[in-house]
Design a protein around this ligand. Sequence first.
Ligand code: RP5
Length: 260
Amino acid sequence: MNTTRNAADVVEPDGYAPVDHPGVTVPEELRCWSVSWPEYAPVTITPPELRPLALTQHVPGWAEPHATPDMVRDWEQRQADALVPFELDEQGRPLHPHGRTGRTGRNLGRWGENQAADPIVVAGTSEQRWVLLITRDDIGVEAIPGGMVDPGETAPNALVRELREETGIDLTDQQPTILGRQVVDDWRTTDHAWVASTSALFQLPGQVTATAGDDAADVCWFPFGSLDQLTAAVTAAGRTLYAAHRPLLQRALEYLNQQS
Ligand code: RP5
């Protein structure tokens, strides 16, 4: 699990750890769920507002009300709708598709897969190319201006809506290229709640004006000839590239390089 925040290692007396706790170390040979590991004791990172008692009093608008995954009744449907296939364990808990994460509980809206949409907006040509990133206002890193797909919303609609809400850029009339659907190593990931994203490429002839909106402390165009160039530019700006988005950006570069 990658996290750019200072990870406190202290587990509170009530059994809950801070949401940015890195979790117990999972050796690669024990990552797979099919490998038995009776001593495995992941750290619980559920934030105060999603803990069982709190949920009996108030359910945040962005979260489902179920305090534990066995309270979810539509697992078959969720599995059928998943962007990335996942299984349930014998206790009825959804299992992260990539195996053990070292952390348990939930710090996302839903148990199991949480669907996101990540619009990668690129301006210019292979000679001189830029990508649009926001500074996330929660963890302070440079990220694709993506967000969660709303209930009943399609991924293409979410791509356009998130881009508009976070950057003020409206690309409703553009047909993006879907690059892939993949699990994102989101900082909120646990064994039983994770993010899978539809990433898509929007190509513009040149930069357009962007304004930081929802969830964005800033929005900026960065040079995007390669991932190294982008990383260097972000670092030179005194910022950090969101590690979880590197594979998505890499995939966009591969697509763009094939085109040129
Ligand atoms: C990332 O968090 C996803 O790839 C997407 O960019 C974003 C969705 O979460 P919110 O921005 O809605 O918090 O992991």
